[in-house]
Write a protein that binds this ligand. Structure first.
Ligand code: PXP
Length: 254
C-alpha cells in the first residue's frame, strides 16, 4: 500500500478489452493478456467488473485472473447474493460494491449507502471476514461517506464521472464546484479513517487535479486507457497516465 501522499496506486480496469471481444463473440482480445501487459507497464492492480448481465467480463475471466494474476484484483460487483457468493469463492484482494442498473451504459451514479445501510452492513460483513478489503463506490456526498464508515467499509471510491462529464461539456465553473466537493469529501473520508480511492471517466486531461489530492491512495481507470491503446498501444497509454499521476503528486519521473 502506498504511503499517505506518496505514490498513487493505479488500478487498470480491463472491462472494455472484454467489451471488444464480446462485440464479435470471439476469443480475442483477451482481458488476461491485457492485465499482464498492464502489470508490465506499471499498473499496481487490476480492476474488473463482473456485471449481472455479463456484458463484458465473464466468470471465466475472473477465474483466469484469480489463477494467474500476481497483482491484486479489485473485483467490482453489485450487492447481490450471486456476486457475494462469487467473491467469497475467490476472495480477491478488494471488493468494490457498485450500483448496477441493467439499462445503464456504465455505472452512472454512486451507491446509496445511507439509504441501504443495514442491508449493506450485513452484506459486506462476510466479505470482510473473508479478508477482502471492502470499498463502496459513492458520490462526493457527506451522508454517503459517513454511512460507508458506519457500516464498516475500509475504503470509499469517489465517483469522478460527473466531474469528467462537466469537463468534457466545457461547463468549467460547475466542474470546479464538483472538484471542490470531491476534494472536501476526500479529506472528510480520510478523517474518518477510510482509505480513499477515486475513479470513473478519468482521462489525461482530468486526472491530475484528482491525483493531486494527497489523501487519495488509488485511481481506477479503464475506458480511456483502452480507447487510447487503439492509437498508441496499451503499455504506452498506461505509462503516460502513470507519468501524469506522478507529476501531479510532485514525484520525479521514473
Ligand atoms: N471505478 C469504478 C467503481 C467503476 O465502476 C469504473 C467503471 O467500471 C471505473 C472505476 C473505471 O471507469 P472508467 O472505465 O470510466 O475509467
Amino acid at each position: 500500500m502506498t504511503d499517505f501522499a506518496g505514490r498513487l496506486r493505479l488500478g487498470v480496469n480491463i472491462d472494455h478489452v472484454a467489451t471488444v471481444r464480446n462485440a464479435r463473440g470471439s476469443a480475442y482480445p483477451c482481458p488476461l493478456r491485457a492485465a499482464k501487459l498492464a502489470q508490465e507497464a506499471g499498473a499496481d492492480g487490476i480492476t474488473a467488473h463482473l456485471r449481472e448481465d455479463r456484458r463484458h467480463i465473464s466468470d471465466a475471466d475472473i477465474d483466469g485472473l484469480m489463477e494467474t494474476l500476481t497483482l491484486p484484483l479489485n473485483f467490482e460487483m453489485a450487492a447481490t447474493g450471486e456476486m457475494q457468493a462469487i467473491a467469497l469463492r475467490h476472495k480477491p484482494h478488494a471488493v468494490c460494491i457498485v450500483p448496477e442498473k441493467r439499462e445503464e451504459r456504465t455505472t452512472e451514479g454512486g451507491l446509496d449507502v445511507a439509504r441501504d445501510d443495514n442491508r449493506l452492513a450485513a452484506f459486506i460483513a462476510p466479505l470482510r471476514e473473508a479478508g477482502c478489503r471492502v470499498s463502496m463506490f459513492i458520490g462526493a456526498d457527506e451522508a454517503q461517506v459517513t454511512a460507508s464508515a458506519r457500516i464498516g467499509a475500509q475504503v470509499v471510491e469517489l465517483h469522478t464521472g460527473h466531474y469528467c462529464d462537466l469537463h468534457a461539456e466545457g461547463r468549467l465553473a460547475e466542474r470546479d464546484e464538483e472538484l471542490a466537493r470531491l476534494r472536501e469529501m476526500t479529506a472528510y473520508a480520510h478523517s474518518l479513517g477510510l482509505e480513499v480511492h477515486a475513479g470513473h471517466g478519468l482521462t489525461y486531461e482530468t486526472v491530475q487535479p484528482i491525483a493531486a489530492f494527497p489523501e487519495v491512495m488509488e485511481l481506477n481507470i479503464g475506458h480511456f486507457l483502452i480507447a487510447e491503446a487503439l492509437f498508441k498501444g496499451l503499455a504506452p497509454a498506461i505509462t503516460e497516465m502513470r507519468r501524469l499521476m506522478d507529476e501531479a503528486r510532485g514525484l520525479p519521473a521514473q
